[in-house]
Design a protein around this ligand. Structure first.
Ligand SMILES: [Zn+2]
Length: 390
């Protein structure tokens, strides 16, 4: 994929903002968006060794859908009781077992009152069977309607992945009837384990509308690659509603693979980190002239030429560390002090300096950065991870 596609996505998305259909009854809109139903499970006494009772589901919610309706691939929020021990959800489909689809639920993806799951691609409409770790199972009282389409979704740009620190950001719009306390917030939840990774207190304008933009960072680091759900917290859902027709779940990729063309990972000890010659980076081979993109956001610390490194660029990252790209064909395309976004073109693969064969030598340094007091770390594992996603 050429690195220009990020720009293309940004443009497409901007051109196709979904129309806000208006929300006559705030509470109804919140229910559609998954915000307003509160769990009753927490009211139950719970002893340390007590065995949870049978799981029971009282609500099935997917963003911008009617209750008990969800699209394949969409994040499904189940609310009810005794959900903490559920380890599998079986989408039963029609009668008989032939179309059953079993979805494993991670140990931390459920709490007593809530469980998050992604509706499998092969799931069919039907009841849900909740299976707990101790073998108890119960079927939902209602069937889940499984559909193909998410209504009001910006298909062109809105289904694209978001690279943490990139120009394309996730958006979440809401309308609030009042200002809330500290607990009234928009939150980003990791679907795989239910962890809230970021919160934004409600901050509506004079017209009651508010919007959160998220670039996939939590604090000074990108979140782990995965699916995240943007939603109103329970406290926020009592005074605010999600604007309809927007995408509430988003796939975030932790960074962007820097070589934007055919490439070969390190294969010998000398190309890897460490080794006999104290190699401080890892070497990734590609034809000279292949575009190089910033694998994460930061501020350019140094652009220079050196006899061993050749043309090189050092970028300081938000966590205080840095990364360096070396042996670039030409002087890098950015200047010192400039902010760069994930995916931004920094230059081209070359073999300037002490290099045999065209390649990117990449170094990752811990805080406080490259020759600023930090230490080099092996860049290969991150590069291999990013190569799988971009
Ligand atoms: Zn090297």
């Amino acid at each position: 994929m050429p690195d220009d596609t990020i720009d293309a996505r940004t443009r497409t998305r901007a051109a196709a903002v979904p129309a806000a259909a208006g929300c006559a009854v705030l509470a109804a809109c919140a229910a559609l968006a998954g915000g307003s139903l509160t769990s009753t499970a927490d009211a139950r006494p719970s002893g340390g060794l007590s065995v949870p009772g049978k799981p029971a589901v009282s609500a099935a919610i997917c963003a911008a859908q009617r209750s008990w309706t969800c699209a394949r691939g969409q994040v499904l929020t189940l609310r009810g009781e005794n959900l903490q021990a559920v380890r599998a959800v079986v989408f039963l489909g029609a009668a008989g077992r032939r179309d059953d689809v079993r979805l494993r639920i991670g140990a931390r993806a459920s709490s007593a009152g809530e469980l998050l799951a992604i509706v499998p691609k092969r799931a069919r409409s039907g009841r849900l069977r909740l299976v707990s770790s101790i073998g108890t199972a119960a079927n939902s009282a209602k069937p889940l309607r499984v559909v193909n389409d998410i209504p009001g979704i910006d298909e062109a740009g809105g289904t694209g992945r978001i690279f943490a620190g990139g120009r394309l950001q996730a958006t979440f719009a809401y309308r609030a009837a009042a200002l809330g306390g500290e607990d009234a917030a928009v939150e980003a939840v990791r679907v795989s384990d239910g962890e809230v990774v970021r919160r934004w207190p409600l901050a509506p304008g004079p017209d009651g509308r508010g919007e959160v933009l998220w670039d996939g960072f939590a604090g000074d680091a990108p979140v782990r690659t995965g699916t995240y759900l943007l939603r109103l917290s329970e406290a926020a859902a009592t005074i605010a509603a999600t604007e309809p027709g927007q995408r509430a779940e988003v796939e975030i990729i932790e960074g962007f693979y820097p070589i934007r063309g055919t490439h070969r990972a390190p294969s010998t000890a000398t190309q890897r980190f460490g080794g006999a010659r104290g190699h401080q980076g890892s070497d990734h081979f590609a034809r000279c002239g292949t575009p190089l993109a910033a694998h994460t956001k930061g501020v350019v610390h140094k652009v220079a030429f050196q006899s061993a490194a050749g043309n090189y660029v050092v970028v300081n990252t938000p966590d205080g560390g840095s990364y360096a790209y070396m042996h670039l064909r030409d002087r890098p395309l950015v200047r010192e002090g400039q902010s760069v976004f994930t995916g931004q073109r920094l230059g081209y693969v070359g073999e300037t300096g002490r290099a045999w064969g065209c390649h990117l030598h990449i170094e990752l340094w811990s805080a406080p950065g490259w020759y600023q007091g930090g230490r080099p770390a092996d860049s290969e594992p991150l590069m291999l991870r990013l190569d799988r996603w971009s």
